[in-house]
Ligand binder design. Structure first.
Ligand SMILES: Cc1cc2nc3c(=O)[nH]c(=O)nc-3n(C[C@H](O)[C@H](O)[C@H](O)COP(=O)(O)O)c2cc1C
Length: 207
C-alpha cells in the first residue's frame, strides 16, 4: 500500500471478526520490521507480549474491563518499555566494537555516557523513556500491521496491576499500551473522528 494511503486508512478497529487466528509468520514478519523503529541511543526499550492462548487472553480481556474487541481480536499484544534499557548499552554496542567500527575507548565512552545520562536524570526519566520509546515502537507496529492487511486498536483502558499479574510482567517493565489485532468487522461503517486543523496543533518557532 502506498504510504499516504496507509496512514489515512489506518483506523482503530471498533470490532473484529471473531474466531480468526493470526498466523505466526505474519507476526514474525511484522516484528522483523518493527526492529527498525528508532529508539534513544538505540537502546530498543520496547518489549512485546503476544497473547493468543485463549485462557491467557481471557485474563487480558478481564484486565481491560471486558472490552469486547479484546475478546474477538486474533491476538492481544501488550507493549512494554524497559526502564533499565540503559543497562544493555554494552551488549548493544559490542558488535560495533568487534567489527572495529568503535574502538575500545569509544565503546567505553559510549557506555559511560549513556549510563550517566539515565542515572543523572533518575527514575521518572527512565519511566518516561520506557513509555516514549515503547509508544513509538507500537505506532510502527500498527502501521506495519495495516500494510500487511491486519487491523489494530491501541488500548490504554486496562488495570495495569491486573495485566501485570496476568502476564507475569517483571517490575522493570512498564506497560505502555495494549494492541488488539485482527481483521476489522467494518459492517457498522462508522465515520472517522474529528481531526483538528493543522493550525490548531502546530506553531512555528514559538508559542
Ligand atoms: C494511547 C491510546 C489509547 C487508546 N485506548 C483505547 C481504549 O482503551 N479503547 C478503545 O476502544 N480505543 C482506544 N484508543 C483508540 C482511540 O480511541 C482512537 O485512536 C481515536 O479515537 C482516533 O481514531 P482512529 O485511531 O480510528 O483514527 C486509544 C488510542 C491511543 C493512541
Amino acid at each position: 500500500m502506498e504510504f499516504t494511503e496507509l496512514v489515512k486508512t489506518r483506523r482503530s478497529a471498533a470490532k473484529f471478526i471473531p474466531d480468526l487466528s493470526i498466523p505466526q509468520e505474519v507476526l514474525d514478519d511484522i516484528f522483523q520490521l518493527v526492529k527498525y523503529t528508532p529508539s534513544a541511543f538505540n537502546l530498543q526499550h520496547a518489549r512485546y507480549v503476544v497473547v493468543t492462548d485463549p485462557s491467557v487472553k481471557d485474563k487480558v480481556y478481564e484486565a481491560t474491563g471486558k472490552q469486547h474487541k479484546v475478546k474477538t481480536a486474533s491476538a492481544a499484544i501488550l507493549v512494554l518499555g524497559d526502564t533499565l534499557a540503559y543497562q544493555e548499552a554494552g551488549q548493544i554496542n559490542e558488535g560495533l566494537m568487534h567489527l572495529g567500527i568503535l574502538s575500545k575507548q569509544e565503546y567505553d565512552l559510549t557506555i559511560q555516557s549513556v549510563t550517566d545520562f539515565y542515572l543523572q536524570r533518575g527514575e521518572t526519566f527512565m519511566r518516561e523513556e520506557a513509555i516514549r520509546n515503547a509508544s513509538l515502537s507500537a505506532m510502527s507496529f500498527m502501521l506495519i500491521a495495516k500494510d500487511k492487511g491486519w487491523d489494530t486498536c491501541p488500548i490504554i483502558g486496562f488495570n495495569p496491576e491486573q495485566m501485570r499479574q496476568a502476564l507475569n510482567v517483571p517490575d522493570h517493565l512498564v506497560p505502555a499500551l495494549l494492541i488488539a489485532i485482527g481483521k476489522e468487522d467494518t459492517t457498522s461503517g462508522r465515520p472517522r473522528g474529528y481531526r483538528k486543523p493543522v493550525g490548531e496543533f502546530v506553531t512555528t518557532n514559538s508559542f
